[in-house]
Every structure is written in structure tokens, then in C-alpha cells.
Design a protein around this ligand. Structure first.
Ligand code: TLP
Length: 350
């Protein structure tokens, strides 16, 4: 049986043969003892890429966000972020569990909010309420259909946060996609924020790994919390080598994933009974994430469509009873996207 067309996430990619070779050739050491030259090289490369003084390699995007939150806040503080942000929806309540923080949830189309929303959410200082301490922006915004934040909006939010004594963290798990789609360099987005995290294991195709960058003082604190949270890794240069290879070879090709996502969205929108999620339909598909909805008239739900598609060799995720998510990535070609559209059309009709 041929392998399925896996559109569940851009995390599903497997390392290419050339990436595996780079991993095999990497010089290694014990990184907890500060001895792994490949991890050191990746951290220096990433820090320079996003224009920050220092960076730290971590196993996952979740850990990158959570050590950032832990390092920026104290117990009892409040984090201001979108209700659809990854740190709220998919990180197991970690801001509360690991950092003792409350979250103040903002709303807005496509997972985005404005500086005015932040201004209204910052609490007055005093002994009563939690201290508003950190604003988190997610770019691209996953549940917002991979939307790209306008640079000016980031600037206004970060300027306001800093003026009011808050810090700003950028969950840039897919900042590579935001940069390729908008033409804004990653360092230009990152310059607005005190810290930025990015994932090598999503669109870039590395098997494991994320990085977090910020000031030298902040990263020294992050290293302590990475160890506390169980993320100190030993000969992790074998993973860092994949990340270096991914940065060198897999960034500009993200434009192809974005084209493929547009093609997928167009195909899906042409199928009777399916429609792009309304906010994404209005804003357009900007990067590699497509959300679509099943019309109330269809006599089956999202879970049933996922099952029908699976039997046709197409994998997608249901993120709500009648909503489906599909992502394009390194391991999906344009012709596989065309096959997937045909599969969805047949599955809906059958
Ligand atoms: N996102 C995953 C799932 O957890 C939903 C996916 O398949 O999209 N920030 C953002 C914006 C993310 O989308 C993700 C992963 C993370 C952080 C966390 O990364 P990992 O999975 O490495 O912990």
C-alpha cells in the first residue's frame, strides 16, 4: 500500500537523506556540561538569524514557550494573549501548572488582537489584582488559519507593552512561514519582542527541536528552567545538526507549501457541502494551514469525514465537530495536493 498523504500537521515530516547525513556527521558532546559543539553552533546561528544576543536549543515548541513564560514571570502574574493561542489551547494548562500564571484572553479575527485590546486588558497596579506581566503573540497564528501578523500591529503591541512595563514574547513556531509569506525578515519581527521561539520540527522538516532567543541574561535564566523542566539534553548535537541543515536548505521552499495550501483551499471550496472557515475565507490562505467546515446539510460530521478520507489514503484532523484542518509541508507535493482534493471530493460524495 502506498503511504498516505498526511495533511494532519507539518510536524509529520521525516528527515531527508541529506539531513540524515548531516546528523551522522555532527561532532557531539555533552550539552548539559556545555560541551556539544553542534548545539553551540545552532544556538549562535539561530540567535544571529533572529537578531538576539543569545539562544537556547530545547526539545519542543511547548517547552520553548513555557520556559519563556517561566523566565519572564513570577507566580501570580497574568499573561495577555489570544483565546486561540497555542499556549492556551494546546499546552496542557502549563502557564498555570508550571509558572503559576493566570491568562487574560483576548478575542479578534484570525487569532489576532490589537494594541487597543491589550491596553484595555492591562490591569491597574495595586495590591488587589494579578500583575499584568507578559503579552504573547503567535505568528503565524495556528488556529487563525496560519495568519501572518502585520508588522505594524506587532510594533504597536510591543511598544505599548514596554511602555506599560510588560514584556512581549513571540511564539514564532512558524515565524519562518510568516517571513516567507510577508517578505519581512524574521529578525525584523523578532526585534519588537523580548523573546522569540521557533520550531525546526514543523515546516522546516527537522525531526525534533525548537529554539528560544533573547538577551544573554534572559537566556541564562532560561537554561536553568530548561533543566528544571527536564529539557537538558546530552549529545543533542545530532538533533541540532538537523536543525542547522533545515535552516540552510528548507526555508525558501516554504513558498511552495504556501502555494500548495492555496491550491488545496481552492479545491476544497469548490466541493459542494464544504466551505473554507469563514474568517480564513475572508482573509485568504496566507501560509500553509487550511481550515474548512462541513455544511449543516451534510449528513455526517468531521470525525466521519476524517475516517472516510483515511480509507482513501488522505489524513486530516477534525478540530471541532464540523471543522477540519489540513496543512501542507515538505513531504507533500503539488500532485499529492491534487490527489487529496480528488479524495475529499469523492469522500464527501460517497
Ligand atoms: N502545534 C501542533 C499542535 O500542538 C497543535 C500542530 O500540529 O500545529 N506553537 C505553535 C503555534 C504550534 O503550532 C505548536 C505545535 C507549538 C507551539 C508547540 O510545538 P511542539 O509540538 O513542538 O511542542
Amino acid at each position: 500500500m502506498t503511504s498516505p498523504i498526511d495533511l494532519r500537521s507539518d510536524t509529520v515530516t521525516r528527515p531527508t537523506p541529506a539531513m540524515r547525513e548531516a546528523m551522522m556527521a555532527a561532532p557531539l558532546g555533552d550539552d548539559v556540561l556545555g560541551d556539544d559543539p553542534t548545539v553551540a553552533a545552532l544556538e549562535a546561528k539561530f540567535a544571529a538569524w533572529v537578531g538576539k544576543p543569545a539562544a537556547c536549543f530545547v526539545p519542543t515548541g511547548t517547552m520553548a514557550n513555557q520556559v519563556a513564560i517561566r523566565a519572564h514571570t513570577e507566580h501570580g502574574d497574568e499573561i495577555i494573549c489570544h483565546e486561540d493561542s497555542h499556549i492556551v489551547q494546546y499546552e496542557t494548562g502549563a502557564p498555570a501548572a508550571l509558572s503559576g500564571c493566570m491568562v487574560r484572553l483576548l478575542r479578534g479575527p484570525r487569532g489576532q488582537f490589537t494594541a487597543a485590546d491589550v491596553a484595555a486588558a492591562i490591569r491597574p497596579q495595586g495590591i488587589h489584582g494579578p500583575a499584568s506581566k507578559l503579552v504573547v503573540v503567535e505568528n503565524t497564528q495556528n488556529r487563525g488559519g496560519g495568519s501572518v501578523w502585520p508588522l505594524d500591529r506587532c510594533r504597536e503591541i510591543a511598544a505599548l507593552a514596554h511602555e506599560r512595563g510588560l514584556r512581549a514574547h513571540l511564539d514564532g513556531a512558524r515565524l519562518w512561514n510568516a517571513s516567507v509569506a510577508s517578505g519581512v525578515p524574521m529578525s525584523t519581527f523578532a526585534a519588537e519582542f523580548d523573546s522569540v521561539s521557533c520550531c525546526f520540527s514543523k515546516g522546516l522538516g527537522a525531526p525534533v527541536g525548537s529554539a528560544l532567543a533573547g538577551s544573554a541574561e534572559f537566556i541564562a535564566r532560561v537554561r536553568r528552567f530548561r533543566k528544571m523542566f527536564g529539557g537538558g539534553m546530552r549529545q543533542s548535537g545530532v538533533l541540532a545538526a538537523a536543525a542547522i541543515y533545515a535552516m540552510d536548505n528548507h526555508i525558501s521552499r516554504l513558498a511552495q507549501d504556501h502555494e500548495n495550501a492555496k491550491l488545496l483551499a481552492k479545491g476544497i471550496a469548490s466541493i459542494p457541502g464544504l466551505a473554507l472557515e469563514p474568517e480564513q475565507a475572508a482573509g485568504g490562505v496566507e501560509t500553509n494551514i487550511v481550515y474548512f467546515d462541513l455544511a449543516p446539510s451534510l449528513p455526517f460530521d468531521g470525525a466521519a469525514l476524517v475516517a472516510r478520507l483515511k480509507s482513501r489514503g488522505v489524513l486530516v484532523l477534525a478540530t471541532a465537530p464540523r471543522r477540519i484542518r489540513a496543512l501542507t509541508h515538505l513531504d507533500v507535493t503539488r500532485s499529492q495536493v491534487e490527489e487529496a482534493i480528488a479524495g475529499v471530493r469523492a469522500a464527501v460524495a460517497s
